[in-house]
Design a protein around this ligand. Structure first.
Ligand code: GLN
Length: 243
């Protein structure tokens, strides 16, 4: 089996170790003897997104978001084609925001999003950001579990139809929100940096399964020893009183 990952704007959208997500996907696929490639693509470079099984985009500060949004919007039809072809998506923070209607930054400057989903994001003022460790409860592909991450966003994302998880500790889509992120059967979009996947191997495997589905249908992934990863996650859950 083969798994083709596209890591978009790797040089600009990579906050708090988001790059670790691509590495975890690669290593966990290879442990199952799945041949995995991670290609990168940035401003002005060509890539056929529909040719990939998984599209990954990390987070970025307002400045980086303003540098990439026009290039991203120019790829909108290709992204829609990829969605129709069954590509799975992992979008972190700034990447999450740019798949919505628009992002208004802390200076009141608005940049368009792809407008693929109904949600939109408006920042609070400079002194107020949602910062800190966060725990959520989520259900992916029939399995309910608790996930941990780190959020740092001024953006307050509203009008989210189907969130990723219920907040156990931390802020979420807006200050004090009950919910975090956006998710449908193909797209996981979240504020959780950290990076997300090393701390939450069950999310990594759910994404690998979603991505493999494009070419192979339902694939049962062999278990991996996640003792250390789970210990780390449980330590944070305990600290957040969310276990
Ligand atoms: N610039 C965006 C915000 O502050 C996204 C930040 C991020 O990706 N961590 O809301």
């Amino acid at each position: 089996m083969k798994l083709k990952i596209l890591w978009m704007y790797h040089d600009l959208m990579d906050l708090y170790g988001d790059k670790g997500n691509a590495e975890v996907l690669r290593v966990r696929a290879q442990k199952r003897n799945i041949e995995c490639t991670v290609d990168t693509c940035t401003l002005g470079q060509k890539a056929d997104i529909a040719d990939y099984d998984l599209f990954f985009m990390g987070g970025g500060a307002d400045h980086e978001q303003s540098l990439i949004y026009e290039d991203l919007i120019a790829r909108k039809q290709n992204i829609i084609d990829a969605m129709h072809s069954g590509t799975a998506f992992l979008l972190i923070c700034g990447g999450y925001q740019l798949f919505g209607q628009y992002y208004r930054d802390q200076d009141g400057k608005t940049i368009d999003g792809l407008g693929i989903f109904d949600y939109y994001t408006e920042s609070t003022d400079r002194d107020h950001r949602c910062i800190g460790n966060i725990a959520v409860e989520t259900t992916m592909d029939g399995k309910t579990f608790k996930a941990v991450g780190f959020e740092n966003h001024g953006g307050q994302t509203k009008n989210v139809s189907t969130p990723f998880g219920r907040v156990l500790s931390g802020q979420g889509n807006t200050f004090g929100n009950e919910y975090e992120g956006f998710m449908n059967g193909q797209v996981l979009a979240t504020y959780m940096h950290g990076p997300l996947l090393p701390k939450n191997p069950m999310i990594a495997d759910a994404l690998i399964a979603r991505a493999l589905k494009k070419n192979y249908g339902h694939v049962e992934l062999a278990p991996i020893d996640d003792t250390l990863e789970n210990k780390a996650r449980e330590t944070m859950l305990k600290r957040l009183k969310a276990l």
